[in-house]
Structures are given as C-alpha cells and as structure tokens.
Design a protein around this ligand. Structure first.
Ligand code: IFM
Length: 446
C-alpha cells in the first residue's frame, strides 16, 4: 500500500516541512551519563510501568546516534524533531555538563551537514529528579530554573537549531502526571494539577523571552496536544460535559498563550482548587509565538457524571490502535479549524501524529499497512484544513522508531522503524517506506 497525495496537494509545496519526531527519554538510554529524572524514579516504582521496563537503555540512541542520523537522512525528510534531556545539560550542583552539550552539538552538526532542520524541544517530561526533590513543577522556582536551562542550551547551540519548542504537551505533564496520576511523578490531586499547569505555562513564557533574545532567527514556540471533545449523547448534560472537557483539556493550554487568560471554566472551580496566579504571570505566558506545534492522535467522548464534572467514555468499536485509541482522522481537521476560528494563530506545524500497532517482523519485513492507512488519512485531514484556509507549515510523524511509550513501556510500538530491543537492530516498516516514497516523489518535482 502506498500513500497518495494529489500533485496539487498543498503538502507537496516546496516549503512544506516533512519530518519525524522522537523524545530524549524515549530513545536515548545512557542514563549513567545524565542526572536521574522523574521518569527514572517512576520506572523504579513497582507497578507504575506496565511491562516493568525503564529508560536506562531504551533505543541506545546516545551510542547509536550516527547510525540513527543516517536512518533519518535515508528517509528523505526535511526535519527531525528531538528533545533535550535537561539532566544531561545541568547537573544537580548547577554546573554545566559539557559532555552532554557535546553529544547534542555533534548530533545537530550531523543533521545540519545533511540539510535536515533541527526542531528542538526543551522539555519532553524528563524533569531532573533533583528539581523534583525541591518540589518539581509545584515549585514556582522550577519555571525560573527552566529559563536558565533554556539560556544555556540556546547559547550553546547557536544557529544549529531551526526551531525551539519550550514544552511538549504541558497537558500531560500537568493532568496525566498530577491529576490522573498515570505519568511521573504519579500524583492524584486536582489543585496540584492546575498549579503545575500554571507553572509550566509560566516556564514557557520565561523561556520564550530567553529564546527570542538568544535565538531570534529560530522559530520559537510550544507544542500542545489536542483531542476534539465529543458528547456521548445529545443530552444537555453531556453536551455541557464535552464543552467543559474541551475547556479543561484543550483551551486551558492554548488560550493563556494566545489571549493571556484561562477559559471561563476556571471561575466555576472551587476556590480551593484554583491555581495561584501571581500578578503579571498571564502577560509573561502570552509571549508572541513564532509557531504552534499541534500533536494529534484521536478524539475523546465524554458524558456528564454525578459530580457535575465529565467522564470519558473509552471507545470500543473498531478501528482502534494498539493503544485502544479510536482512529478518527476527521478529528484532526476539526481541532485545527476550530482553533483557526477561535484564535489568531501563528503558523502551525503538526508536530506529532501516528499510531501504535501490534507490529511483528515476518521474514525481516514489517507490513504495518494499518499505519500506512493511518498516515494517508491524517495527511488528507491536514490537507483539508489547509484547503479551508489555515496556514500549516509542516507535518511530523510520531515516531521515527519504536521507543519507550511511558507508562506502557516497550509493548506499544509507534515507530515507522521497527526496533529489536535485544539486538538494537532498526528495520524500516512498510510505513517508513511509504512515507519515504512520498518525500522522494516530492524531491523529483522540485
Ligand atoms: O509517545 C508519546 C509522546 O512522547 C508524546 N505524545 C504522544 C506520544 C504517544 O503517546
């Protein structure tokens, strides 16, 4: 099966950026050459990770980065999205780990030598444990520490970086980590979740000021995840529940950035459960953005619950991915056009999109046709948003290769490249070949 785009597709225009994405903790390994992070602690806590695994070796990328850069270049992408491990750069005593910086500098140089744009995310969930020991994201001071880290990185990397994202999916670092308790550090506390969200957004605003000063030519912004929130029924209660979920899970993160305020839902929360917001915070948060990264995987359905709040209704009907997430490509067009209508947006990049599938190599090949179909449908959904008048400048497949899928461990495979975790052999799946063909066809037209 191939991925087919019409020759007139806006995705085939010369400036549209195609890339693949990864994140430090999920692929790097080499944990002994960085500070421990909250995910190391979480992994070491029995019962937290489904397969009992950890990120100590992962895809051994720190030792295999040369091979991985060749792999990326071989796909014919324009860009590679990676994240930096904070604890590989700043030690517990506050000193700078030059070896950690050098690792990324070599990687960035190798990408630049191959004309691959580096999209660098500063924080993809791996908070150094030494900061967690001091309160982590509940401590307002962590936001200022983040700006210092952004300063060190952006000075060291110079012109090697095409784009910086401050945070990846602050919803996950706040809600999944502090309310749902399923991500590190595994807390279940509503007030804390909201406080963490606020401090993350503050950290973003402070770091944006640093990035615009140190890297004014880079595209500086943030990556948020979105899921359209649909009502389980047409009842007034369920429709209201879906609207609350949308405010809480989607607008809570984008509205402060673009309009300097939280959604009105905040005012309806009990005072004791509202975040503390210091004078001037919202102005810091609402720094102008050069781009907004949008991560999309699925939609979510909600019903009203007896507590006047909302509960999600997990999907049961196929098509589902191996994560149990509904395959719902039209939801991507929906969230994009919804924010296009609501906000004055900067240029948008789809910074993550992909699917976990139960891949198995057969005679050395991985025929992940369902993933090929997933990409085909979601590329068309992106195209539909552009054709409806929205500016979207790029699309990144999640993920370059199979990796540590957080609380799911290594059992869920999102890669377009199959990783054998025993031999660390990488094998292109059919989806990688299909995407490579799209990119190659495009090069020929240029
Ligand atoms: O693997 C994650 C990634 O780290 C952040 N976005 C969602 C992906 C799939 O769950």
């Amino acid at each position: 099966m191939k991925i087919t785009l019409a020759t007139t597709s806006p995705l085939l225009k010369p400036d549209f950026v195609f890339g693949v994405a990864t994140a430090a903790f999920q692929i790097e390994g080499a944990a002994d050459s960085r500070e421990p992070c909250i995910w190391d602690t979480f992994c070491a806590t029995p019962g937290r990770i489904k397969d009992g695994s950890d990120g100590l070796v992962a895809c051994d990328h720190v030792n295999r980065w040369r091979e991985d850069v060749e792999l990326i270049a071989g796909l014919g992408v324009d860009a590679y999205r990676l994240s930096i491990a904070w604890g590989r750069i700043i030690r517990r005593d506050g000193s700078i780990n030059q070896a950690g910086l050098d690792f990324y500098l070599q990687l960035l140089d190798a990408l630049q030598a191959r004309n691959i744009k580096a999209f660098v995310t500063l924080y993809h969930w791996d908070l150094p444990q030494y900061l967690q020991d001091n309160g982590g994201w509940l401590n307002r001071d962590t936001a200022y520490k983040f700006a210092e880290y952004a300063d060190v990185v952006s000075r060291a990397f110079g012109s090697r970086v095409y784009s910086y994202a401050t945070l990846n999916e602050p919803f996950c670092s706040a809600y999944l980590s502090y309310e749902a308790g399923i991500h590190a550090p595994g807390v279940q506390n509503r007030k804390q979740g909201r406080q963490v969200a606020h401090h993350l957004l503050l950290a973003h605003g402070l770091a944006m000021q640093v990035l615009q000063k140190n890297a004014p030519k880079a595209l500086n912004g943030i990556v948020l995840n979105f899921s359209p929130c649909h009502a389980a029924t047409n009842s007034e209660a369920d429709l209201r529940a879906a609207d609350m979920a949308d405010q809480y899970h989607n607008q809570w993160y984008i509205q402060p950035l673009l309009e300097g305020c939280y959604p009105t839902l905040l005012e309806h929360l009990p005072a004791a459960e509202q975040p503390d917001i210091a004078e001037g915070d919202m102005a810091i948060i609402a720094q102008p953005l050069d781009f907004l990264g949008v991560n999309y995987y699925t939609r979510t359905v909600y019903r009203a619950n007896s507590k006047g709040w909302f509960s999600d209704v997990p999907p049961t009907e196929p098509p589902l991915t191996d994560m149990g997430w509904e395959i719902y490509p039209q939801g991507l067009t929906e969230v994009l056009l919804d924010m296009h209508r609501r906000y004055k947006l900067p240029p948008v990049y789809i910074t993550e999109n992909g699917a976990a599938m139960p891949d198995k190599p057969v005679q050395g090949k991985v025929q992940d046709q369902a993933r090929v179909a997933y990409f085909q449908q979601h590329l068309l959904a992106t195209e539909a948003a552009i054709n409806a008048g929205m500016r979207i400048d790029g699309y990144f497949a999640w993920s370059l290769m199979d990796n540590f899928e957080w609380a799911e461990g290594y059992a869920k495979r999102f890669g377009i490249v199959y990783v054998d975790y025993v031999s660390q052999q990488r094998t292109l799946k059919a989806s990688a070949i299909a995407l490579r063909d799209v990119f190659a066809g495009r090069q020929q037209q240029r």
